[in-house]
Design a protein around this ligand. Structure first.
Ligand SMILES: *Cc1c(COP(=O)(O)O)cnc(C)c1O
Length: 433
């Protein structure tokens, strides 16, 4: 498979190059050159196949012969090495729990898959040591740190804003051993991001280090997100299915849409957002107009200009009518989100984090408007409530129990360096190699 740039000013390139580059030279997002269709017989036989076989069939055409079959099977096995339960919450309403991975968020899947691919490609890539450099507002950092914690030939530097991430998130970023360098920045997420950008454009750094980003637009993070739509479908009965996806940068929902384009029967998608509602407004009004980004309690979705939306437009040939037929958009403020967390806890005895609660709200609104008992609704639960402990405990007025995996890291000592300026970051990067 070759990958084209959606800015159409770079030559098509291999899977390997696209993974290493992240973005195409013309700054466009990579997109598979060909449509992939799965045989109907495969989709019909999902129930009888094992999970690794399913994921292999789903992704193999996107990778071709660039990773041998046995290696790819091993990577997949590693990527989905935790449970992905589908829980019934109410009549025809299910939660697909993607938060049982190492850092308790769905990003574990993409981050692990990408780390393994990069590790496989590294020797044929460069003689310089590879450094993965990322800025995080919370969830990405932990998942990337964990994904790369055993890839000893790849160095990882993660920048996070001091005081702006939760306690659990900080532990997940700062307790991964010597290959993962956590850097606490005196400033906000925007400052972290601008420092990372500067490093990528810094000639002296690029002469000495092979810098790469583990950004969510990387195809090795995007494509494996298709896996869990197939694994969910395997578990449900034959009704028509609607997926509601809490969305920020729109990578997760876009992977579901790609899965559908390959032949997975999904009736409809719901893009559920917080008040950063550019896409729900676009779907309703037909005008694409990002506002400023507002901070919310579902901060992993505080995005007002979602990078992955161009991929969705590509799948639907930029046809707004097609987009409307396949995707509905709903947005919710913090107050409504907290009411949903509280309601799910008190009447269903189900704990959700703010992101997943928005997925639930979108699903309920859509299902309510359809009133069609041939539909099954599935909302994607993107993070464990413990990652947003303070706001969730405050909302439900009781304490949340720590899962066992978290208890372990809470006792570990945090290791990080503190910086306030770009020159300090540069010094760290140059001295680590
Ligand atoms: C990243 C993230 C999202 C948003 O996912 P996108 O693919 O960026 O739309 C939602 N919930 C949580 C918990 C996240 O970490």
């Amino acid at each position: 498979m070759k990958y084209i740039s959606l800015n159409h000013n770079s030559a098509p390139t291999s899977f390997k190059k696209a993974v290493i580059n992240g973005l195409a030279p013309d700054k466009g997002l990579y997109f598979p050159e060909k449509n992939v269709k799965l045989p109907v017989s495969f989709v019909e036989s999902l129930k009888s196949l094992n999970d690794v076989e399913i994921c292999y069939e789903v992704i193999r055409s996107y990778i071709g012969d660039e990773i041998p079959k046995n290696k790819l099977l091993e990577i997949i096995k590693d990527t989905i090495s935790f449970k992905i339960p589908l829980k019934k919450i109410e009549q025809s309403i299910y939660s697909l729990e993607l938060f049982h991975g190492p850092t308790l968020a769905f990003k574990d899947i993409g981050a692990k898959f990408m780390a393994s691919c990069l590790n496989y490609f590294k020797d044929s890539y460069t003689s310089k040591k590879i450094t993965v450099l990322v800025a995080t507002s919370g969830d990405t950092g932990g998942a990337v740190a964990k994904g790369f914690s055993n890839t000893k030939d790849i160095d990882v530097c993660i920048l996070y804003p001091k005081g702006k991430i939760s306690e659990v998130q900080k532990k997940q970023i700062t307790t991964n051993g010597s290959y993962v360098n956590a850097i606490e920045v005196e400033g906000d997420f925007d400052l972290c991001q601008s420092m990372v950008k500067k490093a990528f454009n810094d000639e002296e750094i690029n002469r000495n280090i092979a810098l790469t980003s583990a950004n969510s637009i990387n195809i090795a993070r995007w494509l494996p997100q298709m896996f869990y739509y197939f694994l969910a479908y395997k578990k449900i009965n034959n009704k028509r299915n609607v997926f509601s996806v809490p969305s920020g940068n729109f990578g997760n929902i876009c992977a579901g849409i790609l899965a559908k384009s390959m032949g997975l029967p999904i009736d409809h998608f719901i893009a559920a957002t917080n008040i950063n509602d550019t896409i729900p407004r676009y779907i309703k009004e037909g005008i694409f107009e990002p506002n400023n980004t507002y901070p919310t309690i579902s901060n992993a979705m505080d995005v007002s200009n979602p990078s992955n939306f161009v991929r969705i437009q590509k799948i639907y040939n930029n046809d707004l009518q097609k987009i409307r037929k396949n995707i509905s958009g709903f947005s919710y403020d913090d107050k409504t989100t907290k009411q949903a967390i509280k309601k799910l806890f008190t009447s269903e005895n189900y704990l959700t984090d703010p992101h997943s609660a928005i997925g639930y709200l979108g699903l309920k609104e859509y299902m309510g408007s359809k009133n069609d008992d041939t539909l099954n609704g599935i909302f994607i639960s993107t993070a464990h409530s413990i990652k947003f402990k303070d706001v969730v405990e405050d909302t439900i007025s009781s304490k949340i129990k720590y899962p066992a995996s978290i208890k372990n890291i809470l006792n570990k000592e945090s290791n990080y360096q503190s910086i306030g300026s770009y020159s300090e970051l540069k010094e760290i990067l140059l001295n680590r190699n």
